[in-house]
Design a binder for this molecule. Sequence first.
Ligand code: AMP
Length: 400
Amino acid sequence: MYKIMSVNAGSSSMKFKLYEMPEEKVLTAGICERIGHDDGIFSITDNEGKKIKKILPIKDHAVAVKLIMDALISNHIIDSLEEIKGVGHRIVQGGPYFSDSALFNKDTEQKIESLIPLAPLHNGPHLIGYRAFKKALPEVGQVAVFDTAFHQTMAPEDYLFPIAPEYYEKYKCRRYGAHGTSHKYLSEIAIKKYLKNKKDTRIITCHIGSGASLAAIKDGKVVLTSMGLTPLGGIMMGTRTGDMDPSVFNYLVSSTGKSAEEIFQEFNKQSGLLGVSQVSNDTRDIENAAHEGNKQAQLAIKMWSLKFSQFLSAYACRLGRVDLIVWSAGIGENASYYRQCVVDECSEYMGLKLDHQKNIETIRGKEGIISSKDSTIPMVVIPTDEEIMIARDTVRLLKL
Ligand code: AMP
């Protein structure tokens, strides 16, 4: 028995989960937030599952790692740091270099660093997290688990944009997708548990949280995914536009007097469900507002459902046949009203039907089939678990 730490480091936060492996038992989980501030927030669950929360200065990521290590010992979650045999990190952008997770070494570090321009908000902070753990646990092996790796099976005709080849050759400009670790987890369960490992499986996985993406997966390999060069592409999201006519960008920059950066930030942080509804990026608030008669909220839900259903039907067409549609992440796992809205938009052509009762009941971490018996394609909710995939890959690459 040994312990593995699964880490997701952001610019001002560090999320962690400690597993006992190979049992895959969660020993504790927590987060350091507001790193760099005097009123940082540190929370961790103790052995009884009770949440301990402290407000204290967290100067940098190294201080955050020390806080986590000290709390593991002082709360008797582990007796010694030597019990931790590996640390796995979520890395958002692996570019064209990584089709699998990789051991952290100089080469891995340099490649992740070189991809910072493609994921400026993520890859830099991931490396800071890695270096902080390296300092705290110098003897422990670390593994990089890439959000893009699972999508590397896409063919050039799917990952290239219709622009001159030099943009890919010189600047690596292409579709990379995101949420790959989640799509992989969902597809593994879908194929094993719901399709009984049959041959020639064709599924669509929908990771629908505040960021959202779909993947068309044939025989366990991604054919197509909806996010693009960055997570801004694809379906309409909580605050992101998803795909649009690219000239919208130029037109708004030239006609509003706002800078390119301002408009770009708006497309990422002020658009999507939030931008259209002008209510919130949270589906619960928008649903309430829509039911109270708020026209913008109603429009936001309608637009969101239409965009989603258009991707779903296009992916079904692309796969030629679909054996299963998987719903997951914050909205996919919880928002039965939104699931119904999407299905309503494509039921006439695709023959999708939900079981009303099952759809309403399958929320808050529950897994199960939500389609009715006469639906042309079965639909299932599977709660995602990216952290366990990170822990599993850490064990596999460190050969523990
Ligand atoms: P994620 O990014 O996967 O954590 O998803 C977060 C989003 O899921 C939130 O912004 C909400 O829009 C949505 N969500 C979470 N819980 C619920 C719920 N119980 N009902 C409806 N939507 C939910």
